[in-house]
Design a protein around this ligand. Sequence first.
Ligand code: 13P
Length: 251
Amino acid sequence: MRRPVIVGNWKMFKLLSESVELVLDLKPKVVNSHHCDIVVAPPFTVLKTVNDRLEGSNIKTAGQNLCEQTGQGAFTGEISGAMLKDLGCCYVIIGHSERRQYYQETNDIVSKKTRAALNAGLKPIVCVGERLEERENNEMEKVVGQQVYDGLSGLTEQELSLILIAYEPVWAIGTGRTATPEIAASMHKFIRSVLSKNWGKELSENIRILYGGSVKPDNISSLMAEPDIDGALVGGASLEANSFAQIVNYK
Ligand code: 13P
């Protein structure tokens, strides 16, 4: 059985005081939510404080990005996996479509970052998803299949077992236009078939695949009812304790 996981991606939102307010508000609202893993991905600047405030709770944290270089070095402005681990992070989001779109992250960079995350002992949440024109041209499986294959290339079975994949169709992010549960489930099934073909059936059945793109309290249950959807990567609705807690408590 794959354990559900709900991740809140705060993106470039929340100053320090706002972050503290949000997690202190969130904690009691999900304290009895034992049915899933709960993760928040705050900006780097507040990670230490947020981790301190979450100590001993059932909420884990993720970085939103990391440098593909391991160890320490002269890479001005970059944050390594070891630095995230040092602050108490367990996960890191990699290859989010905003990174691909605005910061030219390619599948090759995603693969290097995934390797760097694993080297640092972090669980990578590897994001994939097609753009609107790719869906309209019926190229979505080709694009997403390539993102999965390239992003995970060269990993051992043991490493792959630590990976989570997030399917986030770009046309659904921040638009209020959620993929229907059927559209999302069909892509999740396809991703699982790519995993199975390349790395074996057993592994494909163990990897958790999250859906992201305008997930809200009123659509989470229908998404989670799909057997191939193992969780959600939530943007806007994770910025407010009530809505994120409602999503966590979708059952
Ligand atoms: P929204 O939930 O705001 O559409 O964002 C989705 C997302 O990009 C999460 O990583």
